[in-house]
Design a protein around this ligand. Structure first.
Ligand code: 5RP
Length: 217
């Protein structure tokens, strides 16, 4: 079974969490795109969506789903999003698609965060996937030096500007033994908008698609 079929499977499983009259937070990425594709099946249940990226917004609009802002929604009952890595504590690395900051804001505002991944992303220790950090340009070199001090190897994401107008540094080679501590440490660096560790606000439910079925953690 290929990875894209697993994404469809796990996206389908997430539909089961949508209740009548739901305000839904929507993440970004190819797994979420599969989920958005399936939303026709449950559209009458959805009152509106809060979207984490311009691309997700566009796809939702194509489905004629009402988009509202976080200011309009207030607390969001349910947030569905993918991840680049997840561990057995449901802590995540996100931001492969570059939408980490808005995703983190929406996750923080949500009562329930259901994360949908395939089993290639379920790992013992976070950090094989390079950790994305959204950075204000002027701070790029300073933050890169700080991350090298943590044995990371920073790489500027080429030809990429986030929806918020900032650059991304992808940090390779990190040995992430204490995700919460590292998330806080990076947050404290001046010029960091946000980093892709979702350890303080981790997923509440992790759905993992393997060859045959969905595991729920
Ligand atoms: C975007 C993200 C995505 O959720 C993450 O990159 C996973 O993407 P995909 O489903 O395409 O593998 O965090 O910022």
């Amino acid at each position: 079974m290929n990875q894209s079929h697993k994404k469809d499977l796990v996206a389908e499983a997430a539909l089961g969490y949508i209740e009548n009259g739901c305000i839904l937070g929507i993440g970004s990425g190819s797994t979420v795109n599969c989920f958005i594709n399936l939303l026709d099946k449950v559209k009458p249940k959805i009152e509106a969506c809060v979207s984490s990226s311009e691309l997700s917004t566009q796809l939702l609009k194509e489905k004629n789903i009402r988009i509202i802002t976080l200011a309009e929604s207030g607390k969001i009952p349910l947030y569905i999003d993918g991840a680049d890595e997840a561990n057995n504590h449901k802590q995540l690395i996100k931001g492969g698609g570059g939408a980490l900051t808005r995703e983190k804001i929406i996750a923080q505002a949500s009562d329930k965060f259901v994360c949908i991944i395939d089993d290639t992303k379920y790992v013992k220790q976070l950090g094989k996937f390079p950790l994305p950090i959204e950075v204000i340009k002027i701070a790029q070199s300073q933050i890169a030096i700080n991350m090298m001090g943590l044995d990371g190897r920073p790489v500027l994401r080429e030809n990429f500007i986030t929806d918020n107008g900032h650059i991304i540094l992808d940090i390779h080679n990190l040995n992430i033994l204490e995700p919460i501590k590292l998330e806080q440490e990076i947050n404290n660096m001046p010029g960091v908008i946000s980093n892709g560790l979702f350890a303080m606000r981790k997923a509440d439910i992790l759905l993992v698609a393997d060859e045959n079925n969905i595991k729920v953690y």
